[in-house]
Design a protein around this ligand. Sequence first.
Ligand code: ADP
Ligand code: MG
Length: 608
Amino acid sequence: MNIESGARAGVRPARDLEKLLHEIDGRGYPAYKDVKGAYDFGRFVLVIDHVQGDPFAAPSRLRLLLTPSSMGLPPWACSTDLRCIATADWLVRRFARALDERRRRPPVSMPASSSPRPVSEGGAGNGRPWYGSGKSGLIDIDRPGQQILPSTAAVVTPARVELRFVAGLPAAGRRILGRQAAAMLASEIPALVNRSLVLGSRDLSDLETHIFTVEDQEALRAALAAHRLIAFVADGSILPRESGISDRPRRGPNVVPFTAPDSLAVTLDTPHGGPVRGLGIPAGVTLIVGGGYHGKSTLLRSLALGIYNHVPGDGRERVVTDPTAVKIRAEDGRRVEQVDISPFIRNLPFGADTRRFSTEEASGSTSQAANIVEALELGARVLLIDEDTSATNFMIRDRRMQALISKDREPITPFIDRVRSLWEDRGVSSVIVVGGAGDYLDVADTVIHMDHYRPLDATAAAREVAARFVTGRLQEDPQPFPVLLPRRPVPESVDPRRGSRVKIKARGVDEIAFGFEEIDLAAVEQIVHPGQTRAIGAMIQYLAEHYLDGRTPLREALEKLMAEIKERGLDILSPHGSPVGDLALPRLFEVGAAINRLRSLSVRVGPA
Ligand code: ADP
Ligand code: MG
């Protein structure tokens, strides 16, 4: 087969692998190291990149190398970069489904083992369909969620396809189960390939749907700016999720599909789905109002994730948002390093300089201010804010509080007094969920009323109410939004080493251990996949090594890194040698958010 020339050279026949595995049967686990290498199975090449040190360690890393023609994958599947990404995602999902199947129905023809101890938690639970110690028998691939992200689990180019997965090489205690390993690698894997990666015409029509869905989303997102919109929610979209811990669509008779009111409806064109009607959220200041439990936060959350493409059937595959939209919230306790929060906060007790505000432990309001300014610094043109997760005193100070506490005793200029200048002077739009603070009606361009999960246009009604019930609020501090000075990270302050070893470890979507630090990402809500967290950890290290020099502004360094990844792929992040299969691409904003939360970060502010 026509695998890229470099890899070809060391490829051995598949029967060598089988032979080797039988030879080491019964020996100590380290003898598995001998199977490292590449093996030709005809339809594909199996590469064993990394062999785990023992059955309990992180599983071994393997790759399948195929050609599109050997899989029956037509040229249209990878005729553009976007299609290659969509196809890679689709292949990973297929392979993962075949693995689920394997988990449910363990292979019956497994050779009798040399009396391995049954492991109670094995079987159905961990993708380990038969006995053995540690991770014996596991085969798994980094599974995508509801979003379609560029990832390293599969790499697809017009000439080749590569799937990366992990396997637990079987052992009884620490003794190699060579025959099981041979069955797993030399029979099960080819069967999995045949089942999931050799494609028939029905499969190809499913792939086409996958690709077309992605292309339609990209087209909708690309159409926003020309229509002066910052988001679009198609009619029929299903926004609520199965549960607080599941990102799948909710189903059942009580789910209300989205329908745009006529006055806010727009129709956008898609290349495959034709014209699509839906709610267009105009640039400017938009409020989402409505009674409690009427779907406000669910809509905002869908907008926050509209920066990503979603799988067919997700319910949000026609919900798209300006790619620079950043979800903002209060995040007390976070660290802040020299951020200019003076547009929102000035004259703190003890004269802390809020043009270069630093703290080890921000309050609700200072954290929310820093989150906004950092997002602006990185180029956000849309802010998404939910009253539920905001600091009240950051959002609003009403007439009575203005009367009781005079402005010279209140450091905070609330968001309500900045949101218009953000839009008018800087072109930054805001979408704000407001259930309680009616003063906001004065500053809105558009008001969407969520009523029993149905959006209504309340813009005119809101104007009328605003005119009828004058709040008497005084506009506070009507100065223009200041020019933000670039922050230039000091590379030595971004150091993943713990002693002599580099230590970067992502935990779920919420945390990265980085050197001696823990980066808390729980409030960075637009990270959707652990692969992104892993990539962020690696990207920060890469950034420090290649792009930070104490003079380059954070944004510029991040833009260069993102450009290099776009050009060369996420594999530049793979730690020396063999490529890993568990990275997914984050946005520049989320990488920046992680750096900004690094407790060791030190920046120089202002001109270089
Ligand atoms: P709010 O922010 O207005 O208080 P939420 O967005 O938190 O309301 O929604 C309240 C509940 O209603 C949640 O359980 C959510 O999943 C559910 N929900 C949201 N939108 C819909 C919908 N379109 N159909 C059915 N249930 C929905
Ligand atoms: Mg809410």
